[in-house]
Design a protein. Sequence first.
Length: 139
Amino acid sequence: MRCEDLADALASVAEGGELRDRRARRHVEGCLRCQAELAQHRKLLKALRTLRTEILAPAPGLVAEVLASLEEAGERHAVRSLLEGRRVAYIGGIAVASAAAAAGLGLALVLANRSKGGPPPRSGARSRPAPRLLDRLAS
């Protein structure tokens, strides 16, 4: 019988069970390693039972301090998320304004170019001049 084969059985024995297999019982009686592991299991169970029965009272003011720090952390998080939301909106507004300015500049350049007569027509281009943007909008 090997010690590794008895690991689960030793935990059961520590909780009050017993080894039914005679070979396993003889092994534990003669094996210092298994006896030490059984002692560790019993010690751990005793400590767990002690913790279950003990009532730990918090230090005076500890609960209030913990609640105050949680509230403060929540407020910091709320302010941070609010500022980040505004930052995103601000950046988005700048992007829209920049795009609108670029579109306006492009439109102004096209209109200015057309009012000056524009570039000479390319070969294969229509012979009829394109209607002006204002004329298109009016119709």
